[in-house]
Design a protein around this ligand. Sequence first.
Ligand SMILES: Cc1ncc(C[n+]2csc(CCOP(=O)(O)OP(=O)(O)O)c2C)c(N)n1
Ligand SMILES: [Mg+2]
Length: 344
Amino acid sequence: MVQERTLPKFDIASVQITKAEGLMLYEDMVLGRSFEDKCAEMYYRGKMFGFVHLYNGQEAVSTGVIRAMRQGEDFVSSTYRDHVHALSAGVPAREVMAELFGKATGCSKGRGGSMHMFSAEHGLLGGYAFVAEGIPVASGAAFQSKYRREVLGDPNADQVTACFFGDGAANNGQFFETLNMAALWKLPIIFVVENNKWAIGMAHERATSQPEIYKKASVFNMVGVEVDGMDVLAVRSVAQEAVARARAGEGPTLIEALTYRFRGHSLADPDELRTKAEKEFWFARDPIKNLAAYLLEQNLASEAELKAIDQKIQEVIEEAVKFAESSPEPDPSELYRFIFAEDE
Ligand SMILES: Cc1ncc(C[n+]2csc(CCOP(=O)(O)OP(=O)(O)O)c2C)c(N)n1
Ligand SMILES: [Mg+2]
């Protein structure tokens, strides 16, 4: 069995968090998990088609990073594993579910499906199905913020972009080319690699000469940090530093979050390659259970308050499914719309 990489230590005593912040982080992660569980159910009931990649287990990364940013102002780019990034960015669950059902009310008007969540309103630059495809797109968004601020003199153009991708994507050429430019031009961007140890059935260590991805930042003269991606408070802490660095014009950061997907690569994957011991190592580090325990121990929440959030989220998810089911299909007469930008 492959030895598990040692998760970086985090000084939990350094955390300063209010009750409201703690509950917000908990609610966002529960929303992500419950949404994905419902998705699996709906997929197996034949409500959605094509590949569907779930995010269970990785919630602390989405919540920790995106909830350290400005909702609706900053930008987020994702991969084909994008539902939960969309939710953390504030896209309503009903619009994400409707997109999965291919309905006209979906956030991409039913044209994208699972792998192509998009919302201009929420700064969501899209889910991208080609591995590493979002890296240059996100960097373009960061470039335009910098250009508007420094060249066009717009003081409000201080948006930060978070660019999420997997360990597999970090072996793709676009990663190297784009990180070079982003560092050279000091772009306001955070590259977040979600190292879940696997690229479909390829183990990261088997495919990668230097598996510690954060170290690759140094060759671009960029800050690189590794973080326990199962600990939302740790992720949030490194994300806050990276956001501040980007906003201050001090350039990009590469964050490597060590995490694990609790399900197969997609809902079509029987998940037979990963060992039971490996899965159990990571299941024991469930980020939602971790945060719940912390909030209870610090008297930042009671069992009843956490239960009330779980209940509220169940209602949100049920409503999202009803909305998706009762929404209309896209009208065939609109087949050629939304290919190019249109005037509102
Ligand atoms: C350019 C490109 N090559 C190959 C594929 C097929 N493919 C889909 S997902 C995937 C694995 C990517 O793994 P990783 O980046 O670690 O993301 P994860 O699925 O673990 O979130 C591959 C090779 C693709 N989508 N795009
Ligand atoms: Mg991976």
